[in-house]
Design a protein around this ligand. Sequence first.
Ligand code: ATP
Length: 231
Amino acid sequence: HAGESAIEAHALGMRYRRGWALKDCSFRLPAGRICGLVGPNGAGKTTLLSIAARVLEPTQGTLSVFGAAPGSADSGRTAFLAQDKPLFRRFTVAETLRLGRELNPGWDQRTAEDVVRAGDVPLDARIGSLSGGLRSRVALALALGKRPDLLLLDEPMADLDPVARQEVMGTLLAETAERGTTLLMSTHVLAELENVCDYLVVLSGGEVRLAGDVEELLSVHTVVTGAKEGE
Ligand code: ATP
């Protein structure tokens, strides 16, 4: 996918009954990047991810995934890890993964099981009996089992303690790096993305305030302080 766009948004707008959640959003996310979608509560992060996952249709403008309509055959495989992590509480972990296998052509059982095992999640435990951290891990296993080209994660670190955060992030990065998966993950805690993301999209009030390479965004600092690049 080198040089390709994983996501391109042009003048994207989304209106709910109470008003606009996204306004005139345009940005490009190059393929293979690990991108943070940062913004305060209500900024429009979930709305943007939902459009990319074809859960919502935009009111205005366009958003393409690998140059095609979200969810279409040409847009590659997309996995969406929603914030509420909808899993069947009465299913066991093993049954949950089996359902994943049945619903997803090209399912990668080894990766899904590895992700679950790395978190010491018992395969025979019911989803409803698991802690929030372990449930997140099962949801992540389901998402990675799909072998997505684009992985959309809505606040994946919320409800995790710092140790679980590090573990889940480590697993996520290790499992996706090799395949060149494009990640887009939302957060309202910028510090969570430190040393993780190489691309940033900053949303606030439904508008894109900043989008680009983390390195380039940081080099703005050197311009401001008078140093030239390479010095
Ligand atoms: P959070 O971190 O709180 O999830 P967010 O950045 O993900 O925030 P969104 O959930 O996309 O933001 O919400 C953007 C705006 O749209 C908010 O003002 C929210 O109240 C509103 N909104 C979101 N979903 C709906 C909906 N289904 N119907 C009406 N308004 C909605």
